[in-house]
Ligand binder design. Structure first.
Ligand code: MG
Length: 248
């Protein structure tokens, strides 16, 4: 069952989403060689709580951190800890916030100091793929319009898209129906309705699309060890343009 949200509910999700965007912005200010991902996590958690909200990922399915922080070949679900950021790393910050029982979920990837040209391009393509997908969130469109637009774009840029993890509906729960794949779909899926809220989150790899989970049972890495990038916004379908909920 796919729940559409009322205007009041979307307003609450927008408030949660604004804090998600602000948290990513705030934490990104501290990204520099020498800091640990655990320190970034603490900064993020304190920021979310200072706004009267709850870090949505803390304890979600047992996740130990507040923010998922993934380095280089890590795709998603990196656990913050003692790892020290080094010049040339790329790291993604995946942040969720809960406000009055409503959730928002967003992510972005940043370079640590100077990064390679390839890494710069990967960040740009992944960010653009996210907005290209969200732009398909319009009345009368189908779920596969989002998936196909993202995949077509990423493939044209000669990168691969992860298929083992997908975007999702969002609302009272962080992960709701429907799944929002980032790769081409053979069937159109459900038609998009006003008030549906979706988290669109392409994961883009420089090499092949395959991923494996590390022994910590959380961290997803590329199978071939090549760089991976993640971007995400939660957005609502309206009568007109999609409303991005996770902008600061
Ligand atoms: Mg998500």
């Amino acid at each position: 069952m796919i729940g559409t949200k009322t205007k009041g509910e979307i307003d609450l999700m927008r408030q949660a989403g604004r804090v998600v965007g602000q948290t990513i912005e705030e934490v990104s200010r501290y990204i520099k060689p020498g800091i640990t991902s655990g320190e970034l996590d603490k900064i993020g958690e304190e920021f979310i709580r200072s706004r009267g909200m709850i870090p949505a990922f803390k304890g979600l399915y047992g996740f130990p951190g507040s923010i998922c922080i993934s380095f280089n070949e890590e795709v998603v679900h990196g656990i913050p800890g003692d790892r020290v950021l080094k010049e040339g790393d790329i790291i993604s910050l995946d942040v969720g916030a809960t406000y009055k029982g409503w959730n928002a979920d967003g992510a972005a990837t940043f370079g640590v100091g100077k990064i390679s040209e390839e890494a710069e391009r990967l960040l740009k393509v992944t960010r653009e793929a996210t907005y290209i997908g969200i732009d398909q969130m319009r009345l009368g469109h189908y779920l596969y319009d989002i998936s196909n637009a993202i995949h077509d774009y990423v493939e044209k840029q000669r990168y691969s898209i992860v298929t083992q993890y997908v975007g999702h509906g969002i609302g009272r729960k962080v992960h709701e129906e429907p799944q929002v794949p980032n790769f081409r779909q053979p069937v159109r899926g459900m038609q998009l309705k006003k008030g549906m809220c979706l988290a669109v989150e392409p994961m883009v790899n420089v090499g092949g699309p395959e991923t494996v989970v590390q022994p910590d049972e959380w961290t997803v890495v590329t199978k071939d060890g090549t760089l991976s990038c993640h971007w995400e916004h939660s957005a609502a379908i309206t009568d007109g343009d999609p409303l991005i909920l996770t902008l600061p």
